[in-house]
Design a protein around this ligand. Sequence first.
Ligand SMILES: *Cc1c(COP(=O)(O)O)cnc(C)c1O
Length: 245
Amino acid sequence: MAAPAVESFAVAALRSVMVRVRQAAERSGARAENVRVVAVSKTKPVSLIRDVYDAGHRCFGENYVQEFVEKAPQLPEDIEWHFVGHLQSNKAKTLLSAVPNLAMVEGVDNEKIANHLDHAVSSLGRNPLKVLVQVNTSGEVSKSGVEPANCLELVKYVKSRCPNLEFSGLMTIGMPDYTSTPANFQTLSNCRTEVCKALGINEGQCELSMGMSGDFEQAIEMGSTNVRIGSTIFGPRDYSKKRPN
Ligand SMILES: *Cc1c(COP(=O)(O)O)cnc(C)c1O
Protein backbone atom coordinates (compact mmCIF):
# COMPACT_ATOMS: atom_id res chain seq x y z
CA MET A 1 0.00 0.00 0.00
CA ALA A 2 1.33 3.43 -0.88
CA ALA A 3 2.17 5.78 1.95
CA PRO A 4 -0.67 8.23 2.59
CA ALA A 5 -0.10 11.58 0.95
CA VAL A 6 -1.20 13.44 4.05
CA GLU A 7 -0.65 12.62 7.65
CA SER A 8 -3.37 10.46 9.10
CA PHE A 9 -5.95 12.41 11.12
CA ALA A 10 -5.17 10.12 14.03
CA VAL A 11 -1.52 11.18 14.08
CA ALA A 12 -2.50 14.85 14.15
CA ALA A 13 -5.00 14.11 16.93
CA LEU A 14 -2.37 12.21 18.92
CA ARG A 15 0.01 15.16 18.73
CA SER A 16 -2.63 17.50 20.01
CA VAL A 17 -3.50 15.07 22.84
CA MET A 18 0.18 14.90 23.83
CA VAL A 19 0.36 18.69 24.04
CA ARG A 20 -2.75 18.79 26.21
CA VAL A 21 -1.34 16.04 28.44
CA ARG A 22 1.89 17.98 28.87
CA GLN A 23 0.03 21.18 29.74
CA ALA A 24 -2.22 19.40 32.25
CA ALA A 25 0.82 17.77 33.85
CA GLU A 26 2.52 21.15 34.13
CA ARG A 27 -0.56 22.64 35.79
CA SER A 28 -0.54 19.89 38.39
CA GLY A 29 3.21 19.94 39.00
CA ALA A 30 3.60 16.42 37.57
CA ARG A 31 6.09 15.40 34.92
CA ALA A 32 4.47 14.67 31.58
CA GLU A 33 6.83 11.68 31.17
CA ASN A 34 5.14 10.16 34.20
CA VAL A 35 1.73 10.20 32.55
CA ARG A 36 1.18 7.30 30.20
CA VAL A 37 -1.20 7.76 27.29
CA VAL A 38 -2.93 4.51 26.32
CA ALA A 39 -4.31 4.98 22.82
CA VAL A 40 -7.52 2.92 22.96
CA SER A 41 -7.96 1.48 19.49
CA LYS A 42 -11.00 -0.75 19.92
CA THR A 43 -13.15 -1.04 16.77
CA LYS A 44 -10.39 0.71 14.76
CA PRO A 45 -8.51 -0.91 11.86
CA VAL A 46 -4.95 -2.16 12.12
CA SER A 47 -3.89 0.32 9.41
CA LEU A 48 -4.91 3.29 11.57
CA ILE A 49 -3.13 1.86 14.63
CA ARG A 50 -0.09 1.38 12.43
CA ASP A 51 -0.15 5.08 11.46
CA VAL A 52 -0.08 6.07 15.12
CA TYR A 53 2.66 3.53 15.80
CA ASP A 54 4.71 4.88 12.90
CA ALA A 55 4.41 8.34 14.43
CA GLY A 56 6.26 6.93 17.44
CA HIS A 57 3.50 5.98 19.87
CA ARG A 58 3.95 2.59 21.52
CA CYS A 59 1.19 2.13 24.09
CA PHE A 60 -2.21 0.93 22.87
CA GLY A 61 -5.33 -0.45 24.53
CA GLU A 62 -8.07 -2.82 23.46
CA ASN A 63 -11.30 -3.82 25.14
CA TYR A 64 -12.78 -6.80 23.23
CA VAL A 65 -10.87 -10.08 23.46
CA GLN A 66 -11.88 -11.46 20.07
CA GLU A 67 -10.94 -8.29 18.27
CA PHE A 68 -7.73 -7.94 20.28
CA VAL A 69 -6.45 -11.45 19.47
CA GLU A 70 -7.08 -10.83 15.78
CA LYS A 71 -5.36 -7.45 15.64
CA ALA A 72 -2.36 -7.76 17.96
CA PRO A 73 -0.47 -10.37 15.88
CA GLN A 74 -0.71 -8.08 12.84
CA LEU A 75 1.11 -5.29 14.65
CA PRO A 76 4.72 -4.86 15.83
CA GLU A 77 5.90 -6.79 18.85
CA ASP A 78 7.28 -3.78 20.66
CA ILE A 79 3.80 -2.38 21.24
CA GLU A 80 2.98 -2.14 24.92
CA TRP A 81 -0.57 -3.48 24.94
CA HIS A 82 -3.10 -2.82 27.71
CA PHE A 83 -6.38 -4.62 28.09
CA VAL A 84 -8.81 -1.99 29.39
CA GLY A 85 -12.13 -2.65 31.09
CA HIS A 86 -13.88 -5.78 32.16
CA LEU A 87 -12.33 -9.12 31.20
CA GLN A 88 -14.25 -12.39 31.47
CA SER A 89 -12.22 -14.92 33.43
CA ASN A 90 -12.68 -17.66 30.82
CA LYS A 91 -10.95 -15.44 28.23
CA ALA A 92 -7.78 -14.84 30.24
CA LYS A 93 -5.80 -17.70 28.74
CA THR A 94 -6.88 -16.91 25.17
CA LEU A 95 -5.84 -13.30 25.61
CA LEU A 96 -2.45 -14.03 27.15
CA SER A 97 -1.61 -16.73 24.60
CA ALA A 98 -2.42 -14.51 21.64
CA VAL A 99 -0.81 -11.33 22.96
CA PRO A 100 2.62 -12.14 24.42
CA ASN A 101 3.35 -8.41 24.58
CA LEU A 102 0.35 -7.72 26.82
CA ALA A 103 1.86 -5.39 29.43
CA MET A 104 -1.09 -4.64 31.66
CA VAL A 105 -4.65 -5.63 32.42
CA GLU A 106 -6.59 -2.59 33.57
CA GLY A 107 -9.66 -4.01 35.14
CA VAL A 108 -9.22 -6.81 37.68
CA ASP A 109 -12.35 -6.56 39.74
CA ASN A 110 -12.72 -9.94 41.42
CA GLU A 111 -10.68 -12.84 42.76
CA LYS A 112 -11.76 -15.19 40.01
CA ILE A 113 -10.32 -13.12 37.20
CA ALA A 114 -7.16 -12.55 39.24
CA ASN A 115 -6.78 -16.33 39.64
CA HIS A 116 -7.37 -17.02 35.96
CA LEU A 117 -4.79 -14.43 34.92
CA ASP A 118 -2.31 -15.72 37.49
CA HIS A 119 -2.66 -19.29 36.25
CA ALA A 120 -2.46 -18.25 32.60
CA VAL A 121 0.80 -16.37 33.19
CA SER A 122 2.26 -19.34 35.02
CA SER A 123 1.20 -21.92 32.44
CA LEU A 124 2.58 -19.82 29.59
CA GLY A 125 5.81 -19.15 31.45
CA ARG A 126 5.72 -15.46 30.58
CA ASN A 127 6.87 -12.47 32.68
CA PRO A 128 4.64 -11.36 35.52
CA LEU A 129 1.65 -9.39 34.26
CA LYS A 130 0.96 -5.91 35.59
CA VAL A 131 -2.59 -5.45 36.79
CA LEU A 132 -4.71 -2.58 38.03
CA VAL A 133 -7.63 -3.20 40.33
CA GLN A 134 -10.79 -1.65 38.91
CA VAL A 135 -12.92 0.34 41.33
CA ASN A 136 -16.55 1.30 40.73
CA THR A 137 -16.44 4.94 41.75
CA SER A 138 -19.76 5.98 40.25
CA GLY A 139 -21.99 3.62 42.21
CA GLU A 140 -23.74 2.46 39.06
CA VAL A 141 -25.03 -1.08 39.43
CA SER A 142 -24.22 -2.00 35.84
CA LYS A 143 -20.58 -0.94 36.11
CA SER A 144 -17.82 -3.41 36.74
CA GLY A 145 -15.30 -2.68 39.45
CA VAL A 146 -15.12 -3.42 43.17
CA GLU A 147 -16.90 -1.15 45.58
CA PRO A 148 -14.44 1.34 47.10
CA ALA A 149 -15.00 -0.33 50.46
CA ASN A 150 -13.77 -3.67 49.05
CA CYS A 151 -10.79 -2.33 47.15
CA LEU A 152 -8.17 -2.97 49.83
CA GLU A 153 -9.31 -6.55 50.27
CA LEU A 154 -8.92 -7.32 46.55
CA VAL A 155 -5.53 -5.62 46.39
CA LYS A 156 -4.39 -7.73 49.34
CA TYR A 157 -5.62 -10.85 47.58
CA VAL A 158 -3.73 -10.05 44.38
CA LYS A 159 -0.55 -9.25 46.28
CA SER A 160 -0.62 -12.28 48.53
CA ARG A 161 -2.21 -14.98 46.39
CA CYS A 162 -1.25 -14.19 42.79
CA PRO A 163 2.54 -14.48 42.52
CA ASN A 164 2.47 -14.09 38.75
CA LEU A 165 0.65 -10.78 38.85
CA GLU A 166 2.29 -7.49 39.68
CA PHE A 167 -0.14 -5.18 41.43
CA SER A 168 0.48 -1.79 39.86
CA GLY A 169 -2.37 0.44 40.95
CA LEU A 170 -6.04 1.32 40.62
CA MET A 171 -8.30 2.10 37.70
CA THR A 172 -11.76 3.58 37.29
CA ILE A 173 -14.14 4.50 34.50
CA GLY A 174 -16.45 6.86 36.38
CA MET A 175 -19.67 8.03 34.80
CA PRO A 176 -19.70 7.37 31.05
CA ASP A 177 -21.16 10.83 30.42
CA TYR A 178 -18.48 12.38 32.63
CA THR A 179 -21.08 14.07 34.83
CA SER A 180 -19.54 13.18 38.18
CA THR A 181 -15.92 13.12 37.14
CA PRO A 182 -14.22 15.03 39.98
CA ALA A 183 -16.05 13.02 42.64
CA ASN A 184 -15.17 9.73 40.91
CA PHE A 185 -11.50 10.69 40.60
CA GLN A 186 -11.38 11.81 44.21
CA THR A 187 -12.85 8.45 45.28
CA LEU A 188 -10.14 6.56 43.38
CA SER A 189 -7.45 8.76 44.87
CA ASN A 190 -8.86 8.10 48.36
CA CYS A 191 -8.73 4.35 47.66
CA ARG A 192 -5.06 4.72 46.82
CA THR A 193 -4.38 6.55 50.08
CA GLU A 194 -6.08 3.77 52.00
CA VAL A 195 -4.34 0.93 50.13
CA CYS A 196 -0.89 2.50 50.38
CA LYS A 197 -1.28 3.24 54.06
CA ALA A 198 -2.54 -0.24 54.91
CA LEU A 199 0.08 -2.08 52.86
CA GLY A 200 3.01 0.25 53.37
CA ILE A 201 3.31 1.05 49.66
CA ASN A 202 4.73 4.35 48.43
CA GLU A 203 1.99 6.25 46.51
CA GLY A 204 4.45 6.64 43.66
CA GLN A 205 4.35 2.85 43.27
CA CYS A 206 0.56 2.77 42.94
CA GLU A 207 -0.74 4.10 39.65
CA LEU A 208 -4.05 5.84 39.12
CA SER A 209 -5.64 5.05 35.77
CA MET A 210 -8.42 7.57 35.31
CA GLY A 211 -9.43 9.91 32.53
CA MET A 212 -10.72 9.25 29.02
CA SER A 213 -11.36 11.45 25.98
CA GLY A 214 -13.69 13.87 27.72
CA ASP A 215 -11.90 14.33 31.02
CA PHE A 216 -8.24 13.34 30.78
CA GLU A 217 -6.88 16.79 31.57
CA GLN A 218 -8.88 17.00 34.77
CA ALA A 219 -7.80 13.44 35.63
CA ILE A 220 -4.13 14.37 35.24
CA GLU A 221 -4.66 17.45 37.38
CA MET A 222 -6.08 15.11 40.03
CA GLY A 223 -3.11 12.77 39.92
CA SER A 224 -3.75 10.31 37.10
CA THR A 225 -0.63 8.52 35.85
CA ASN A 226 -2.38 6.62 33.06
CA VAL A 227 -5.05 8.05 30.76
CA ARG A 228 -7.01 5.90 28.30
CA ILE A 229 -7.88 7.88 25.22
CA GLY A 230 -9.88 6.44 22.34
CA SER A 231 -12.15 8.64 20.26
CA THR A 232 -10.15 11.85 20.67
CA ILE A 233 -7.27 10.10 18.88
CA PHE A 234 -8.96 7.62 16.54
CA GLY A 235 -12.29 9.35 15.90
CA PRO A 236 -15.77 8.27 16.97
CA ARG A 237 -16.47 4.55 17.10
CA ASP A 238 -18.99 2.87 14.85
CA TYR A 239 -20.62 0.20 16.97
CA SER A 240 -22.63 -1.24 14.11
CA LYS A 241 -19.40 -3.00 13.17
CA LYS A 242 -18.54 -4.24 16.64
CA ARG A 243 -17.90 -7.95 16.78
CA PRO A 244 -19.27 -9.98 19.65
CA ASN A 245 -16.81 -10.26 22.51
C1 LIG B 1 -13.22 2.68 25.17
C2 LIG B 1 -12.58 2.89 26.48
C3 LIG B 1 -11.83 4.05 26.74
C4 LIG B 1 -11.66 5.18 25.75
O1 LIG B 1 -12.85 5.92 25.67
P1 LIG B 1 -12.91 7.34 24.88
O2 LIG B 1 -14.00 8.06 25.55
O3 LIG B 1 -13.16 7.03 23.46
O4 LIG B 1 -11.60 8.00 25.08
C5 LIG B 1 -11.23 4.16 27.98
N1 LIG B 1 -11.36 3.19 28.91
C6 LIG B 1 -12.06 2.06 28.70
C7 LIG B 1 -12.15 1.04 29.76
C8 LIG B 1 -12.70 1.88 27.48
O5 LIG B 1 -13.41 0.76 27.27
